[in-house]
Design a protein around this ligand. Structure first.
Ligand code: 3HC
Length: 311
């Protein structure tokens, strides 16, 4: 019936309606959705590591509890997204194997170190702030299960961003050394946060097609600009300077102009040559191996009980 045809698919996209798992879809649409959802999920799971390192060293019980909740949320975001990928026929263990072997990517941002506790605040403020900029439009992405996962994830991300900003506000009201610690972290995370939005539109492999299929609702550069415009007043309120001498308000554009991003750094980090790539993947591989017995036990239990169910 018509559901099976390209025409139905295009009409659905054209009407801003959602494609659901049982709808017919072009193979390329399915493939690019698995690619983006899987890499988004990988980003959430790897993203647990930079801050996780501070759970045992948080300066107070309150900060430890907040960080525990946030890292646990990231794990949950990963699981929602792997489940969304499975509705497209992907296999979760296959996706994990691809992550560990380098066959699929995760966000470049998680390959940077977190040497001080101010990094936890700056990750919440800038990294989760950038993620929110990127993820709110994805709530209207054309693939149903992905868009619905985003709605829940965005709610939790706003808590992540607020707790980070509040942590930095507290440090900025502290000693000179604490204020310097915040500025140092801002200096290290500002440019990598801009790179989270992907290469410039002119160099983006997928943006044109992803916009046509309404997977993306804005381009990489549009969302990057939105993030810069949103963040500058927050930096002013915090009392930190963003490390970009070319950053200034442009009245005609109604946006902030900002300096040139070092795209060679993004290419290097994406290709595995960032400060922490090897450590992040090694940690993920080891966790996967250490968990093999749990998966085997669960599979054996399921097999045994499904047999007994047949008696
Ligand atoms: N890090 C790693 N890889 C990146 C990247 C980055 N910052 N930016 C782009 N790439 C990769 C793309 O995946 C693509 O490679 P591929 O073909 O092997 O997948 C290539 O570079 C070309 O980039 P494109 O712009 O053409 O690719 P996309 O159209 O997929 O755009 C994206 C990239 C904007 C990241 C898009 O995939 C997207 O919006 N993904 C969903 C959001 C997401 O993954 N966010 C991760 C941020 S961290 C996070 O959400 C956790 C939160 O809790 C902090």
């Amino acid at each position: 019936d018509t559901r099976e045809t390209q025409a139905h698919f295009e009409r659905t996209i054209g009407r801003d309606q959602r494609i659901e798992p049982r709808d017919w879809m072009p193979d390329k649409y399915r493939a690019t959705m698995v690619r983006q959802i899987a890499q988004h999920a990988h980003s959430e799971i790897i993203g647990m590591q930079p801050e996780g390192a501070w759970i045992t060293r948080a300066p107070s019980l309150r900060r430890k509890a907040i960080l525990l909740a946030k890292v646990q949320d990231e794990a949950g975001h990963g699981l929602y997204l792997y489940s969304a990928a499975e509705t497209l026929g992907a296999d979760r263990s296959d996706l994990t194997a691809k992550l560990i072997s380098g066959g699929q990517k995760y966000s470049s941002i998680f390959n940077y170190p977190t040497p001080t506790f101010a990094d936890v605040g700056v990750i919440g403020w800038l990294v989760d702030g950038a993620a929110i900029c990127n993820q709110v439009p994805l709530c209207r992405s054309s693939y149903g299960p992905y868009a619905r996962a985003m709605i829940r994830i965005c709610k939790e991300e706003s808590f992540h961003q607020r707790q980070g900003y509040e942590l930095l506000m507290t440090l900025m009201r502290g000693t000179g050394a604490q204020r310097e610690m915040v500025q140092d972290a801002v200096n290290r995370w500002w440019w990598p946060s801009l790179m989270m939005f992907g290469p410039p539109d002119a160099d983006s492999t997928h943006t044109a097609q992803s916009m046509a299929w309404k997977i993306k609702r804005h381009t990489n550069d549009e969302l990057r600009q939105r993030f810069v415009d949103m963040t500058v007043p927050q930096a002013d309120a915090l009392g930190v300077t963003l490390p970009d001498p070319d950053l200034r308000w442009n009245e005609e554009r109604g946006h902030h102009d900002f300096g040139e991003i070092d795209w060679s750094e993004l290419k290097r980090v994406i290709s595995g040559d960032g400060p922490c790539n090897a450590e992040r993947i090694e940690r993920r591989r080891k966790a996967h191996e250490d968990g093999a017995w749990v998966r085997e036990a669960a599979a054996a239990y399921a097999a045994k009980h499904s047999d007994s169910g047949r008696e």
